[in-house]
Design a protein around this ligand. Structure first.
Ligand code: SF4
Length: 325
């Protein structure tokens, strides 16, 4: 099948606020894709009720990034987010919610199927059935938002994401181009949707190089020492990453440790979170200023650095690679 990045009416970029999705966006600009055809889509892990697992600042960082480059941004989430899905007990999964282009909210799902029980954290595994956060809180909500919006019928849409093969053997095997799971090109009312992973074979140095060239200030977690911008408490975090998250958000950490005990099932198979944190060392670059920035709901720094401010490589660049596989 022939693919051409210029052959689409609409470009949806799955945008986490991290370096790889930022680099993917900047790559689109390099390719000359008109900004009015590009939409950033951020799947909000925690939904709208409370911030439990992710960085408080991430949604606003994404919003400001879109503003700085003059592109639209839409948010999608599962009602009740990570916490409600985790606490599901003999209940259906919650509906998916998505912002629509007319400013209203779409909502679908959550009414059929078999009631189920989780009462455990996602497991740090490649299998998306046990690592349910990726499938239920990101992949499914994104697809639902495409499938339930008639504006994607009868046009060609390209969904882009920033997975890189360097991050894991699984990601190295992802296709660079393929029909997206929301595709229905042979349907009665066709919906033509392809998936593109343009930076699958990029090295980390290429990612930072394009971010530097566009003078983008990265998400605050990188300046504190995180190598990947995942959830604050990403299940794939190692002992230093969890010790850093515990240093930044002690009350939430206590709650998560308490839930591990309540569930009788830990995030890591090898030890509980308390022991893991005790064996780690918080990143030395965490300052009060960065901590406040990352745990604030407003991101108040320019996304594109002013000319008189030097671009600095974040402390977490080329650091520990712990995040989704
Ligand atoms: S960043 Fe980690 S915890 Fe968050 S959704 Fe992805 S795999 Fe799950």
């Amino acid at each position: 099948m022939e693919y051409d990045i210029h052959g689409y009416d609409r470009y949806i970029l799955n945008f986490s606020g991290g370096k790889d999705s930022s680099a993917t966006f900047l790559y689109l600009l390099d390719q000359g894709i008109p900004r009015d055809r590009v939409e950033l889509w951020h799947q909000d892990i925690d939904g709208r009720e409370r911030t439990f697992f992710d960085w408080e600042v991430t949604p606003d960082y994404c919003r400001r990034f879109a503003q700085a480059f003059g592109v639209k941004i839409y948010f999608q989430w599962k009602e009740g987010g990570f916490y409600r899905e985790m606490m599901r007990e003999n209940a259906l999964t919650a509906p998916n919610c998505y912002e629509l282009s007319d400013g209203t909210l779409g909502r679908s799902g959550g009414t059929r199927g078999k009631p189920g029980t989780r009462l455990r954290f996602p497991q740090a595994a490649a299998d998306l059935r046990t690592r349910w956060c990726s499938s239920y809180l990101k992949i499914d909500v994104c697809s639902a938002a495409i499938v339930h919006q008639p504006r994607f019928q009868g046009i060609r849409t390209l969904v882009l994401s920033g997975e890189r093969g360097e991050e894991s053997p699984q990601r190295a095997k992802y296709a660079v181009w393929e029909p997206d799971r929301a595709d229905l090109r042979n349907g009665r009312i066709p919906r033509y949707v392809d998936r593109h992973r343009p930076i699958r074979d990029w090295k980390e140095s290429e990612v930072w190089a394009i971010i530097e060239r566009y003078r983008v200030r990265a998400h605050p977690c990188y300046y504190m020492g995180w190598g990947r911008c995942s959830c604050k408490f990403c299940i794939f975090g190692n002992r230093n990453q969890f010790a850093s998250a515990a240093h930044i958000s002690p009350a939430l950490t206590r709650e998560i440790i308490g839930l591990e005990g309540q569930f009788g099932c830990t995030i890591k198979r090898s030890c509980d979170l308390g022991d893991l944190i005790a064996s780690g060392t918080p990143y030395p670059h965490i300052t009060d200023e960065l901590k406040a920035l990352a745990t604030n709901y407003d991101y108040d720094r320019p996304i594109i650095l002013p000319r008189d401010e030097p671009w600095l490589l974040p402390a977490g660049a080329y650091g520990e690679n712990c995040g989704a596989m």
